[in-house]
Design a protein around this ligand. Structure first.
Ligand code: FAD
Length: 542
């Protein structure tokens, strides 16, 4: 039976934006709680990140089975991930399976881009307008719009003049791109660039990689999941769920208990070798305890990686360009790779270091740098995203007294728990800025659960609106900024986590370094104090 709308003059109780892993789970939870819900998605299908990023080589850096949903053991049992780190197509299939299995598609609308969302003070409702001018009114407005959903193009003159094909990795077409025999430029060597480069290298006639800054890439160490491992995963579901639901970063990797200089140089090199051969993020979680805190320890590991690069890349000049000089391991999100450094031994592939040879303009034929013009058939922009606040700042969100969200956040996001901001009643943004860092679905899921529980609290206590108290917002935001500024784990502000890739963006930390433990603690405090951090109100006093 369809839920009955609980308030007059609204089309739906809960309006969700985004059909990525966060929005789908929010839809599931809100429906389970008995709300009438609609979820609107700009794309033409389910998946969010895994719908838009269809570029060759796109895949997880989180283990597949730790990334998928954990709320249903039956779901876990019936989906057999093929690889430890699944490729994009499998994840998109998985998310579609979840939507159909839990009968969520009836409440999803695709090709629906929200252009404005305005809070109406007298009624306490939101009016949401789509690009086609359709209007919908809801009591609760939840933006599950992601932190990596607004692709960023660098401001290089002439981008529109290029006569060949150009693609952004985050807006990849559904139809395969034919690279065979083409002269290809790849701009950017972050997580997406380093995934696509080795995968298309064999097909292209030639490839020029334009690198703004080198990254500390280490092997992903992916492989198929064997039948024995499949059985083991199913047998240990409860234990794995318990670990993932409580671990600081939402991973199942086990922390190591030794510090770098507890070991002799020989032992250290052996441990580094073990790390190099370990899967994905274990190189952050399972590393020496001081790796992210002691610059000398970090430098030892960086030198180990640099030596690996020198050993793999035959041309010493290219190898030197591929070794980062402007940041330590972990300051930026470290990409994980398969055959990336080896690609530069392919005679078809060349590397241009933009720090030495700046890009001047895009021409009709190709790319012009300080060294001259190179002609291309295809330019791939692997230039990242307007991280954290990008989608929310572009949605025309207006709160109390017409307050624009982008103005409220002009100096950086202000939030409580990374889910609400003062002046915007009944508006939530799980998976937005100030979330913890790590395996995304785990901490976004914590936020979704909190939002769902909060909506039930409001309804079941006869309230109509809920809005965080500015003092609580201040407390949380100050905590995020203070931890970011004082944490020894943060060696600088060169990362997109600080908005550093977007010219003019305030250098404010867009995640939450205090992580999940702090989130859990604050959520418990909210519950124990009967939502004291929030202002709750009724439009008609009972
Ligand atoms: C290539 C790539 C690989 C990644 N790998 C990992 C990984 O291994 N592990 C990990 O933890 N994280 C990874 N991430 C981060 C990833 O974004 C998250 O894991 C997760 O997918 C975020 O889900 P979400 O639902 O919060 O947001 P998204 O998946 O980004 O979904 C948000 C949706 O909102 C929609 N939307 C935004 N604005 C509007 C609007 N105005 N109107 C309508 N719709 C709108 C978007 O179209 C989008 O579909 C990766 C990201 C990328 C880009």
């Amino acid at each position: 039976m369809r839920p009955v709308i609980t308030q007059p003059d609204v089309d739906v109780d809960v309006l969700i934006v985004g059909a990525g892993i966060t929005g789908i789970y929010q839809l599931y939870r809100a429906r389970e709680a008995g709300f009438s819900v609609v979820a609107l998605e700009a794309g033409d299908g389910v998946g969010g990140t895994w719908y838009w990023n269809r570029y060759p080589g796109a895949r997880f850096d989180s283990e597949s089975y730790t990334y998928g949903y954990l709320f249903s053991e039956e779901l876990f049992d019936e989906w057999e991930w093929q690889e430890h780190f699944a490729e994009q197509a499998e994840t998109e299939r998985y998310l579609n399976h979840v939507v159909d299995r839990f009968d969520l598609r009836q409440d999803l609308r695709f090709g629906a881009r929200i252009t404005s969302a305005v809070y109406d003070e007298p009624s306490g409702h939101w009016t949401v307008t789509l690009a086609d001018e359709t209007e919908l009114r809801s009591q609760f407005f939840i933006a599950a719009t992601g932190v990596l959903s607004v692709p960023y193009f660098p401001d290089v003159p002439g981008r529109e003049d290029f006569r060949g094909e150009s693609y952004h990795t985050g807006l990849w077409p559904a139809a395969p791109v034919d690279f065979v025999g083409k002269r290809v430029a790849v701009v950017g060597t972050g997580s997406s660039g380093v995934q696509i480069i080795p995968v298309i290298a064999d097909e292209v006639e030639s490839m020029t990689v334009y690198q703004r800054s080198a990254n500390w890439c280490t092997p992903l160490n992916n492989r198929p999941i064997t039948p024995d491992e499949q059985a083991q995963l199913r047998a240990s579901f409860a234990a794995m769920r318990a670990t993932l639901n409580t671990s600081d970063h939402g991973f199942h990797h086990v922390a190591y208990d030794r510090a770098t200089f507890d070991d002799s140089n020989e032992e250290r090199q052996a441990f580094f070798e073990k790390m190099w051969n370990s899967p994905g993020f274990s190189k952050l979680i399972g590393h020496y305890t001081d790796m992210m805190f002691d610059p000398d320890a970090n430098a030892e590991w960086c030198e180990f990686i640099a030596e690996k690069i020198r050993g793999i890349v035959e041309d010493p000049e290219t190898a030197a360009k591929l070794i980062p000089k402007d940041h330590r391991f972990g300051e930026k999100r470290p990409p994980f790779v398969t055959g990336y450094y080896e690609t530069f031994n392919n005679p078809k592939v060349s590397l241009i270091d933009l720090a030495q040879t700046p890009m001047l303009r895009i021409t009709e034929r190709g790319i012009e740098t300080a060294e001259g013009e190179r002609p291309f058939d295809i330019i791939v922009w692997a230039t990242g995203f307007d991280f954290g606040t990008g989608a929310l700042a572009r949605m025309g969100i207006r709160g109390r007294d017409g307050l624009a969200l982008e103005k409220h956040w002009a100096d950086g996001p202000k939030t409580f728990l990374g889910v609400q901001t003062a002046g915007f009643p009944n508006f939530f943004f799980p998976g937005g800025p100030h979330a913890a860092a790590g395996n995304n679905p785990r901490y976004n899921g914590d936020q979704v659960d909190f939002v769902a529980d909060t909506l039930m609290y409001v309804r079941d206590h006869g309230y109509d609106t809920i809005e965080v108290d500015p003092a609580a917002e201040d407390r949380w935001t100050t905590m995020v900024d203070t931890v970011a500024a004082t944490s020894p784990a943060v060696f600088g502000q060169s990362s997109y986590f600080f908005g550093a890739n977007i010219p003019g963006k305030p250098r404010k930390y867009l995640l939450n370094s205090a992580g999940r433990p702090k989130l859990f603690k604050e959520i418990a405090r909210v519950r124990d104090s009967d939502y004291a951090a929030f202002r709750l109100s009724r439009s008609t006093p009972s």
